[in-house]
Ligand binder design. Structure first.
Ligand code: ZN
Length: 241
């Protein structure tokens, strides 16, 4: 199928189509419309998104580099089936990157590089998920959690490290969505996010880094607990390896 849009000669339009395809496919992977281990058909994705072959192909290459999908020579495209062990490695990487991002945000507040609007917004996102809904609204929770961590990456002023943190977070979020949705504790998570946001707002880099490390360690502990039970549970549903 050749999309009308693909014939565009404007480089700006081409870039935005790649971005559109990238965001749309990534959402489908994270929100599990495309399941781990599932083969993807490039032509079917083009038809679904109504976006041409070239931008979809480039978007898939980008997702491959970010580790969300795998492109297997002569076999096709497969949604990355992360194992529990891989997710633990990702969390360990987050533990080195995200406290540093939070520290940078607090320093940027202290030096006046961040506006009070940025800080007010971060405080609002921290508790944006309604803690009184039972059972918790998982799509709202995961989207606000991604927004919160992405904002900290942006506000850190280091786009390189911010992007790295975002990729790690997107990959681990999917696992949470898939296996741990029953264990998501919205009140506790809001509380941890608020501590991070308040330390950043106060320009306290030490406290901001510590609060972020505590937040990620709490996730790590839940995974350790899950891993201890893994021999009994066998393979996780939809998870390879
Ligand atoms: Zn979080």
């Amino acid at each position: 199928m050749v999309s009308r849009k693909e014939k565009s000669t404007s480089r700006g339009d081409e870039l935005s189509l790649v971005d559109q395809a990238y965001e749309a496919i990534k959402e489908k992977v994270i929100a599990l419309h495309f399941l781990p281990g599932q083969y993807l058909n490039e032509a079917a994705i083009c038809a679904q998104l109504n976006i041409g072959r070239t931008p979809v192909h480039q978007a898939l290459q980008r997702l491959h580099l970010e580790g969300l999908i795998e492109v297997l020579p002569r076999k096709g495209i497969i949604v990355q089936p992360d194992s529990l062990a891989e997710i633990i490695k990702i969390l360990e990487a987050r533990l080195t990157v995200e406290p540093e991002l939070a520290r940078n945000c607090a320093i940027n507040v202290k030096t006046g590089e961040l506006s009070s609007d940025d800080v007010t917004q971060l405080l609002a996102i921290a508790t944006a998920t309604d803690a009184n809904v039972d059972p918790p609204d998982i799509p709202a929770f995961t989207s606000n959690d991604r927004w919160f961590h992405r904002e900290i990456g942006r506000m850190s002023g280091n786009s390189m490290m911010g992007d790295f943190g975002r990729m790690l977070h997107e990959r681990s979020t999917r696992f949470w969505y898939l296996n741990l949705w029953q264990t998501i504790d919205v009140p506790k998570s809001n509380e941890q996010h608020l501590l991070i946001a308040q330390a950043i707002a106060a320009g306290d880099d030490q406290a901001a880094g510590d609060a972020m490390a505590d937040h990620i360690r709490a996730l790590h502990e839940r995974l350790d607990h899950l891993q201890a039970q893994a021999p009994k549970l066998g393979r996780f549903p939809h998870i390879g390896g």
